[in-house]
Ligand binder design. Structure first.
Ligand code: ADP
Ligand code: MG
Ligand code: MG
Ligand code: MG
Length: 664
């Protein structure tokens, strides 16, 4: 979840007092950083995934599955091992919001070799092997975007009780004990968000109305200790949730790429923004919330509402007196503006930004688009602050900048290099939901990385108005959007700069408007008359690149999965979960996912993940090689790393956009 500073958290009142200082210093830090690094050139492609997991506790006798609140023990164990045997470390383990969550990344980023696509899955698989010894009997590490019965009675192991009157969350459903406790950051964030907005967060997701679902669907919350606040906030026919844990307690799949320079990172940030809703819909995996089937397949709006710290004034419910801006979006939301010059004409949203910060950035020689982006991030208050981190050296430190940056959770993140490091300008792709198996997670990650290579090599243009991307982002979360929805997409993605081998895939449609509505199938697989499709473009690109046979075979499987998910031939995870519930003998067509259904669902999902159960409707006949041959796959991974470390070079055609121009 971004920066994790150690130390003693300040109260919200104290934090608020320091807000201007943090912003003023944070901007100076960004300006210094920018001028130091704006001309940084020739960084090579590096990239890495982040996978988030839940530790699930199965009680096979009682037939229940719960979240196990042992993440801090598990992480302590993993970190100890890391310390003892640093040379054996293949993955890094990080805390996340939930006391039942962990995040893992590869220990080193992958590089520009095409063979690295062949080791992602093995690395993910190795993580599971590594963490096994830290788990206790009955526990399983699962990639679940949302735990179906999060916030229901008896959902944690050990048992806990929410306290609506005291603590960080004050939730009717979600106990403070289910928030990661070893580091104060997470509880502080939750408390400060609640205190800043002056009330608990309000999350309402439309319930899926089945034949026997109560209508209107209204819950009596008094028995949970509601003082009337909940009843007022809960909308009829919606699943009501009241705590940060419902959003930040979800898992996701992210990818970060290093660009050769700042210009390329701005291009990738922009070009991938319209891809966000498409990949979110394809990766949809969270149709159940707080024990009820919902009308949505994705977590996004839940997370967004779960950290929405806007006050009534900022929301426009009251006149602006103490606060500074009317703000259209939560801190966790889609991007508001493109960053590259090509994107400028598509910036059709009214971007809220701090005019003084903007002017300061402009006076420091920063161009309009970047200044607007940073000044937009800086409309927010710092939402957690540690007493040890108040006084910094603005020439060397960037903590205040990072404080604001890392609590602006947007669909794409533009990541400047950390000070005094070998790391270059990066972008992070953040919309995807996590999949059950390593095979699927690797497929999604590899697909996105390959797409970046095609975008750069063929100089593709996916830009459409940002407002249309936002429309898509809403659409993408709807039930079965892959099959039922259409999305704004650019009609002709080729540019004047596309090389001839790509230009042959130019759109042949006669209608000249720049963008149109397409299905995910058309976007991924192409249309007979016109749009080439993202997978055919990737395949075309791959045919011009040197890829060893084994890697080629792996990539074909990943692309095949994408194609068949997009066509609806294979199910999304969300659809699979829905069908499983509908077909469960104990499901009463009332939208309720009971303890027993939840247990059976997760038990089945766990078996699919381990490979003990085949699931052709989800995975087709695709086979993960690494299942049988983990040691070999890991060895291969090591060899690849060694190759990079001993100066192995990037394959030329597979590298970057012309790495010549600096930032003007
Ligand atoms: P955050 O949580 O802030 O998004 P993490 O450190 O959890 O960041 O994950 C960052 C990802 O970026 C990891 O997969 C890591 O391997 C990868 N990574 C590390 N260094 C680089 C780099 N120089 N370029 C691109 N990716 C990198
Ligand atoms: Mg994370
Ligand atoms: Mg991370
Ligand atoms: Mg991340």
């Amino acid at each position: 979840m971004g920066l994790l500073s150690e130390g003693s958290p300040l109260s919200w009142k104290e934090t608020k007092k320091w807000a201007d200082t943090v912003r003023n210093q944070g901007i100076l830090q960004f300006i210094n950083l920018y001028h130091k690094l704006k001309n940084r050139q020739n960084d090579v492609l590096k990239w890495g995934d982040e996978v988030e997991y839940m530790i699930i506790k199965f009680d096979h006798d009682r037939k229940i599955a719960q979240v196990s609140l042992r993440a801090s023990d598990v992480l302590d164990y993993m970190h100890q091992k890391e310390k003892e045997n640093p040379s054996e470390v293949r993955s890094l383990w990080h805390p996340e919001f939930g006391a039942y969550m962990v995040e893992a990344t590869p220990s080193k980023p992958y590089g520009g070799l095409t063979s690295h696509f062949n080791i992602v899955e093995a690395n993910m698989q190795a993580r599971r092997e590594e963490i096994k010894e830290a788990l206790v009997a009955g526990e399983s590490l699962m990639c679940l975007t949302s735990f179906p019965r999060l916030g229901c009675e008896d959902f944690t192991d050990p048992p806990t009780k929410p306290n609506p009157h005291k603590g960080a969350l004050c939730s009717l459903f979600f106990p403070d004990e289910a928030v990661y406790g070893n580091h104060p950051r997470f509880k502080t964030l939750a408390r400060n968000i609640r205190e800043r907005r002056g009330k608990k967060v309000i999350i309402n997701i439309p319930i899926y109305k089945d034949a026997n679902t109560r209508s209107p669907f209204v819950e009596d919350l008094t028995s949970l200790g509601d003082d009337g606040q909940g009843a007022k906030a809960a909308l009829p026919d919606h699943i009501y949730m009241d705590a940060m844990g419902f959003g930040m307690g979800c898992c996701c799949l992210q990818v970060t790429f290093q660009a050769c320079n700042i210009r390329e990172s701005r291009v990738l940030y922009d070009q991938l923004a319209p891809i966000c809703p498409i990949m979110m819909a394809l990766s949809a995996a969270s149709p159940v919330q707080r024990g009820y089937l919902s009308e949505r397949d994705c977590r996004w709006d839940i997370v967004s509402a779960s950290v929405d710290d806007r006050t009534n004034q900022e929301l426009g419910f009251e006149p602006l007196v103490d606060d500074r801006f009317r703000i259209n979006k939560s801190r966790y939301d889609t991007i508001d503006s493109y960053l590259s010059p090509e994107g400028e004409k598509f910036n059709d949203l009214d971007v809220v930004y701090d005019r003084d910060v903007y002017q300061q950035l402009r006076d420091a020689g920063i161009d309009h688009l970047l200044a607007q982006h940073v000044a937009h991030l800086f409309i927010r208050d710092p939402i957690s602050l540690f007493s040890e981190k108040l006084h910094l050296n603005n020439e060397e430190d960037t903590d205040h900048f990072e404080n604001i940056q890392s609590t602006n959770w947007q669909s794409m993140r533009f990541k400047p290099p950390p000070p005094n490091s070998s790391i270059g300008w990066r972008v992070e792709f953040r919309p995807m939901e996590v999949q059950l198996t390593e095979f699927e997670n690797a497929a999604f990650v590899v697909f996105v990385v390959l797409l970046t290579r095609v975008i750069l090599s063929y100089q593709l243009n996916f830009l459409i108005p940002v407002s249309k991307v936002d429309e898509n982002h809403k659409e993408a979360q709807k039930k079965d959007a892959v099959r039922g929805s259409t999305f704004w997409f650019r009609r002709d993605v080729m540019t004047c700069d596309s090389p001839p081998e790509a230009a042959c895939m130019k759109c042949k449609a006669s209608d000249q408007s720049e963008y149109m509505k397409m299905t995910i199938n058309e976007i991924i697989n192409g249309k007979d008359s016109g749009f080439p499709g993202l997978v055919p473009l990737i395949k075309k690109f791959l045919s011009s690149v040197d890829v060893d046979v084994d890697t080629q075979c792996t990539i074909q499987q990943y692309l095949g999965l994408m194609q068949r998910r997009a066509s609806g031939e294979l199910m999304t995870t969300a659809r699979w979960i829905r069908e499983y519930i509908h077909n469960h003998p104990m499901y009463r067509q009332d939208s309720v996912v009971s303890q027993q259904i939840n247990y059976d669902l997760l038990n089945t999902a766990d078996k699919i993940q381990t490979g003990d159960l085949l699931c052709p409707e989800l995975l087709g006949s695709f086979q993960s090689k690494t299942k049988d041959d983990i040691p070999n796959a890991i060895q291969k991974a090591e060899n690849c790393y060694d190759h990079v470390n001993s100066g192995g070079q990037l394959e030329d055609c597979y590298s970057h956009l012309n790495c010549v121009e600096g930032e003007s």
